[in-house]
Write a protein that binds this ligand. Structure first.
Ligand code: ADP
Length: 376
């Protein structure tokens, strides 16, 4: 199984042996559009060459399918979908909802289909896991006609990660997924929280776009929507300028000039006030979502941290959950400080809610979902 994750300026790939999920090859082609890699077609050719060089070529008869990550599935695509011309058109129709992501995903799909028209190719959508969110959590309280005319609602993103991590967390706890309620905190460059009841997503922090919710590397997360009008009217900024501000120049970067949590940690150790504030804003937002999703779920079995920051930052985990004994959450500072790589528990032995670090694996999840679909 080949998994392709075509982003706006990079293509990540992984070739997996589905007998055991092991990785046969993987890589990253970056800086598409700058220099030697002119476009996605060139990037995919490079992927094909890298695979050829390892005798794992795209033309191999053992290749069973290609799984493509697609960011926005809108309301139409709520499950992994075998790609046909009609599906391509459907993904194209969703470009207005994800103007940066869906065109890049489509470029990858087009090239891969041209290279191997005989192979099943499957689209796995970032939004799909969130399609179960009930209407009262998915709808914004705005005029229904306007919302429906323009598809304005909560879709959510990082779905493959939330799906994978909520399942892995149940496994770590030795419980049935169907009987486990989990708050998943996916903290990478982009960051999102989700409330998962018995394996079914019931709320998530990202919305119409990946801008809403948690503080991220360069995205603001939640702001008063009137900030946008204020910056336009009083600040004289254009829509595009505000879009760039909130998506690319905000979050940790906007607050302190750095978007990497490691660097922020180093600066904090040197007594840097701006880095400290950025960290504090970041963890304050996290706590708010943990509290909110505790209320949404009613009973929480686990809080799971994942992705770059969630898996690695002891300080973020500690600060986000410190003093939440009232919610049944008791993080253990000693366990939490232990460095590790696998899924592990970092709460005290008698904490009613288990706090866990659960490494995510979006490529493996895409491969599994693709595999399940083509076998059925
Ligand atoms: P992406 O969303 O691009 O997949 P990742 O999940 O890889 O991102 O997360 C990247 C972020 O993880 C980095 O920007 C950095 O802030 C953070 N990170 C990675 N390693 C560490 C670490 N050891 N300590 C703290 N933060 C880390």
């Amino acid at each position: 199984m080949l998994v392709l994750n075509s982003g706006s300026s990079s293509v990540k790939y992984r070739l997996l042996d589905m007998a055991d999920g092991s990785r046969l090859a993987s890589g990253l082609v970056e800086r598409i559009g700058e220099g030697p890699v002119a476009d996605h077609a060139a990037a995919l050719r490079q992927v094909a060459e890298e695979l050829d060089a390892r005798h794992l070529g795209l033309d191999s008869p053992r290749l069973a399918a290609v799984g493509h990550r697609v960011v926005h599935g809108g309301r139409r695509f709520t499950e992994p979908t075998l790609i046909t011309d009609e599906v391509v058109t459907g993904i194209e129709e969703l470009v207005p909802l994800a103007p940066l992501h869906n065109p890049a995903n489509l470029a990858g799909i087009r090239v891969a289909r041209a290279l191997r028209p005989d192979l099943p190719q499957v689209a796995v959508f970032d939004t799909a896991f969130h399609s179960t969110i009930p209407e009262h959590a998915a709808r914004y309280a705005i005029d229904t006609r306007v919302a429906e005319a323009h598809g304005v609602r909560r879709y959510g993103f990082h779905g493959t990660s939330h799906a994978y991590v909520s399942r892995s967390t149940a496994e770590l706890l030795g419980r049935e997924v169907a009987e486990t309620n989990t708050i998943v905190l996916h903290l990478g460059n982009g960051a999102s929280a989700s409330a998962v009841r018995g394996g079914v997503c019931v709320d998530t922090s990202m919305g119409l776009t990946p801008l809403e919710g948690l503080v991220m590397g360069t995205r603001s997360g939640d702001v008063d929507p009137a900030v946008v009008f204020h910056l336009a009217r009083v600040g004289g900024m254009s829509n595009d300028e505000i879009d760039t501000l909130l998506n690319k120049r905000s979050g940790l970067l906007g607050l302190c000039g750095d978007n990497d949590m490691r660097e922020i940690g180093r600066r904090m150790a040197d007594g840097d006030g701006a880095a400290r504030l950025a960290f504090d804003v970041y963890v304050h937002r996290l706590r708010k979502y943990v509290g909110a999703y505790t209320a949404v779920l009613g009973r929480v079995d686990a809080v799971a941290f994942t992705a770059g920051v969630g898996e690695n930052s002891t300080a973020v985990r500690q600060a986000a959950l410190d003093g939440l004994r009232g919610l049944g959450i008791e993080i253990d500072p000693v366990r939490n400080a232990v460095r590790g790589t696998g899924a592990r528990i970092v709460s005290t032995a008698d904490s009613p809610v288990v706090v866990a670090v659960v490494p995510t694996d979006e490529e493996l999840e895409i491969a599994r979902q693709t595999h399940t679909l083509i076998r059925s």
